[in-house]
Design a protein around this ligand. Sequence first.
Ligand code: ADP
Length: 530
Amino acid sequence: MNKTIKKIGLILVIIILLPAVFLIVNELASFNENEKVLEKIYSGQLEAILFSVNQYSEDVAGSWATKVDVFLDELGNVSARSSYEKIDSFFVELPSLVGFFIADSIKDSQLDFFSSLRENQLVDEDYDSLNIVAKNLLQDNQKIITRLFTYKRGGYRKIEPVENKFVNQTSVLIFIEETPDKITRLIGLILDPNEFVYRILSPKIQEIAEQDFVISVQNPKVNFAYNSTKDFEVTDLQQERALWIFPEYTVGISLVGKTIEDLVQQRVITNIILISLLTSILILGVWIVYRNVKREVQLAQIKSDFVSNVSHELRTPLALISMFSETLEMDRVKSDEKKKEYYKIISREANRLGKIVNSILNFSKMEAGKRKYNFVESYINDVAENVCSSYKFHLEHLGFTFSLVKDETIPILKLDEEAVSEAIVNLVDNAVKYSGDNKEIKIHTGKENNYAFVEVEDRGIGIPEKDQKKIFDKFFRVSSGNIHNVKGSGLGLSIVKHIMDAHKGKIELFSEVNKGSKFRLLFPFNSGKH
Ligand code: ADP
């Protein structure tokens, strides 16, 4: 039987648990990869956002370059100082543009300047010093400028930031344009980057960032920091790139509240929790199935044992009865004494047969829930007394010392006397069957809390602790006991339990292997009151 159960266990493990474990291990193993991919996607997304901020600022710079070019064309050859109104309104349109200069070539010695500052705020000396700075700037950036000219010849206008040596906190973007009469000219936009970030980039950044991101533009050199969200630690930025048009400035981004690692970790934790939950449910399920199957297999085994047991039990008395009755029938027994002995054997065996059949019938009635109980007011002492007096002779004949000690103060209870006698008889029967050489049986009645009890005590083989609960199950017999020598069906105690349940009572068992057992039947004082 153990083999079958082990086999079933193995099959369950193989067909359910193994694939599941495989799946789970696989899932756990692919976690790392998945999370890496996820992290990559996240960073890609952040990168794309930074790219779009850069793209936008470059677009703005480009459109301004065009505007400046168009403006210059419109202004034609008019001297810069003569169209103040026009110049003023032009600069109002392009906030953060401080001014721009125009040169014919790198070598140009007299550059034209346009400034957002009103004319009366700039004096000739200013223009002179600006001229020198701008000329130096052109000299310093010859390489870039030559490249820009090449681009232009190829029909492509590029805008390049150049190192700024103008006024502090401004940046210069240069590009090449043509006048209407196709003469190339170099234009340098002088911008205030801080202003540019606040006035031009900020609305765009706010729009991109929304609630999900913090976008920050910084230039530690000039102590500048702009954040799309006010309460944000600048050190938390997850990605940072230089701004194309202002290389000294960086634009950085971060997820609001949490980092990518947080997000990924959160996902890993949720997944692991889910998987562990799933595994636990699976293991629980397999365990429940295994337990049920095991129970069924054991029950099937117990039932088949029961059938062979019972048929053996029935066959022995039947064989004895038929043997002795045949001997008597043939008149082979001469002495009266012998005859009497044979009759005795026949009646004893018939009795035993009757008992077995009775207990089987009783049991099947109980199982079907058909046994009726008849509760009447009775004294438990009387019931115990009756059992004792009918058994005393028989037990003493078998060599037992047998005693009954009664507690006379037990109140009247509602009992089914016949059923209670049957329960006590079953206990006494067992005490006889499972006693070794120490043949002593005691019956006690008494009170405990709100219960009256009858207990049957023997000094027999005892019951191992692990089996003490199981002996009340139907068909169960302790395998380590002498079940092969002692006849039994494994029904007696389950009948006792059934009877006690009907009385709303309890059974207590105190037993020690090789020392003896004590079965105590407890009846509540309000027993039988339904
Ligand atoms: P059985 O017909 O086998 O006696 P029971 O239901 O009466 O069936 O008892 C179940 C098992 O409990 C017995 O097979 C025996 O192993 C154990 N048992 C019952 N009573 C005693 C006892 N007084 N001493 C030792 N073992 C006992």
